[in-house]
Write a protein that binds this ligand. Structure first.
Ligand SMILES: *[C@@H]1O[C@H](CO)[C@@H](O)[C@H](O)[C@H]1NC(C)=O
Ligand SMILES: *[C@@H]1O[C@H](CO)[C@@H](O)[C@H](O)[C@H]1NC(C)=O
Ligand SMILES: *[C@@H]1O[C@H](CO)[C@@H](O)[C@H](O)[C@H]1NC(C)=O
Ligand SMILES: *[C@@H]1O[C@H](CO)[C@@H](O)[C@H](O)[C@H]1NC(C)=O
Ligand SMILES: *[C@@H]1O[C@H](CO)[C@@H](O)[C@H](O)[C@H]1NC(C)=O
Ligand SMILES: *[C@@H]1O[C@H](CO)[C@@H](O)[C@H](O)[C@H]1NC(C)=O
Ligand SMILES: *[C@@H]1O[C@H](CO)[C@@H](O)[C@H](O)[C@H]1NC(C)=O
Length: 349
């Protein structure tokens, strides 16, 4: 600055202070030390409070407000000790805070079953706080707690819906602040369950009194609804088959992966002839064209020769009934119609 400029500034200052003698400049000049202390207090106390308390609190609050949606989950290459798990999910936030969330390991447990025992661990990738973001993960899931995984599968198989919590500790970095803040990611999802495979339909394609080369005397197409977003590679599964409270045979579904939606799959079975013929000739079935209420319950799940108890035990926890038109198929394949009272005429019971 030139001397001339300095003089002008000084003049200008004098001019502005003259009319207001107790104006800011005089006051500020006299109490500069008080302002300095206030500034130091702000820097020493308020800024750290914001950085250490307010920002992490807001970061945690924003994370808590975010919503997690499960769009799809598949388990493949299922073995007794591990499987491949893929998850497609979406995180929705209001997008008001710009932050990066570090990758972390999350545990999953059933929200409505105490104690909260994890049945799976997921490696979440790093994410941002964008308003809408898809998080897709594919990983190997090592089965660390078989009982907890079986319980989860049991709940998912039995119930119309299941609440699952995903929880993990991670850090968040807010844009403009070069610090990592510890936060907890905890979200409870409501997953649609399999509802005991309700609505399963069986359309017979062949029945016989004498078994085929596999020992089967019944073949059909089965339609199994899976209302969940989960796809399960099961492998070869069998069901125990009951008729009127008594075990009458075994149902086989080979190479099956249960996907979301209606699963059409070939089915074969070995069923005792005696109880079926007796039921066809008994009331009320003989009056309903031989539609019989078969009950099935999970017996075994074997994939590539290895038993998968976390599926088998879950499928064994419930009975489901399906009405099968046996009478019509017997007429078609064997040209027999069993009248009330049975073929012999007086078998009614
Ligand atoms: C995830 O989405 C991709 C792309 O749409 C799809 O190919 C994949 O099957 C989905 N996976 C799951 C587990 O839903
Ligand atoms: C994640 O999966 C969804 C389908 O659920 C798909 O639309 C999206 O493209 C996938 N995103 C990535 C990054 O693979
Ligand atoms: C889910 O199913 C299991 C097993 O049948 C049952 O014990 C549990 O109470 C059910 N939970 C809910 C929330 O429906
Ligand atoms: C299914 O029904 C059969 C025959 O009534 C019965 O013996 C069995 O215990 C039932 N299983 C389950 C899991 O309820
Ligand atoms: C099941 O899959 C195996 C290969 O994984 C194949 O060899 C076999 O023929 C399949 N069986 C049926 C009944 O589809
Ligand atoms: C199912 O069993 C058949 C023979 O019983 C076998 O050839 C096939 O590989 C099995 N499939 C799976 C997926 O284990
Ligand atoms: C079916 O059986 C009846 C007698 O029970 C016989 O009259 C009829 O020809 C048979 N039909 C066929 C297609 O075999």
């Amino acid at each position: 600055m030139s001397d001339v400029d300095k003089g002008n500034v000084a003049q200008a200052e004098n001019a502005s202070t003259k009319p207001r003698r107790r104006g800011c400049l005089g006051h500020c000049a006299r109490f500069w030390w008080a302002y300095l202390i206030a500034l130091i207090v702000v820097i020493v106390v308020v800024v750290p409070v914001i950085l250490l308390v307010a920002v992490p609190k807001i970061a945690q609050q924003k994370l808590d407000e975010a919503e997690l949606f499960l769009d799809g989950l598949t388990v493949t290459e299922t073995t007794p000790t591990r499987m491949i798990m893929s998850i497609n999910s979406t995180i929705k936030t209001d997008g008001s805070v710009h932050a990066d969330i570090a990758a972390f390991e999350g545990i999953m447990y059933l929200e409505d079953l105490e104690p909260h025992t994890p049945f799976a661990k997921i490696q979440f990738p790093a994410t941002t706080s964008a308003a809408l973001q898809t998080v897709n993960v594919t990983q190997t899931l090592d089965i660390e707690d078989l009982a907890a995984l079986t319980t989860f599968n049991t709940w998912l198989a039995n119930n119309e819906s299941v609440r699952v919590t995903v929880q993990g500790d991670t850090t968040v970095r807010v844009k403009g602040i070069p610090r990592d803040y510890g936060v907890t990611f905890k979200k409870t999802l409501t997953m649609t369950g399999l509802n005991k495979l309700a609505g399963t339909r069986v359309e017979p394609t062949w029945i016989s009194l004498t078994p085929d080369e596999n020992g089967n005397n019944f073949r059909a197409n089965v339609f199994i609804p899976n209302p969940s977003v989960v796809s399960f590679e099961l492998g070869n599964i069998t069901f125990t088959n009951y008729l009127l409270g008594k075990e009458v045979g075994t149902i086989f579904l080979d190479n099956i992966t249960l996907r979301p939606g209606i699963n059409e799959h070939p089915m074969r079975a070995t069923i005792e002839n005696g109880p079926v013929i007796a039921a066809l000739g008994a009331k009320p079935y003989c009056e309903q064209e031989g539609v019989l209420p078969f009950v099935f319950s999970g017996k075994s799940v074997v994939n590539h020769g290895e038993p998968l108890p976390y599926f088998a035990d879950a499928l064994a926890t419930f009975n489901q009934t399906t009405e099968i038109p046996i009478g019509a198929q017997a007429k078609k394949d064997m040209n027999v119609t069993i009248p009330c009272g049975g073929l012999g005429g007086n078998n009614e019971h």
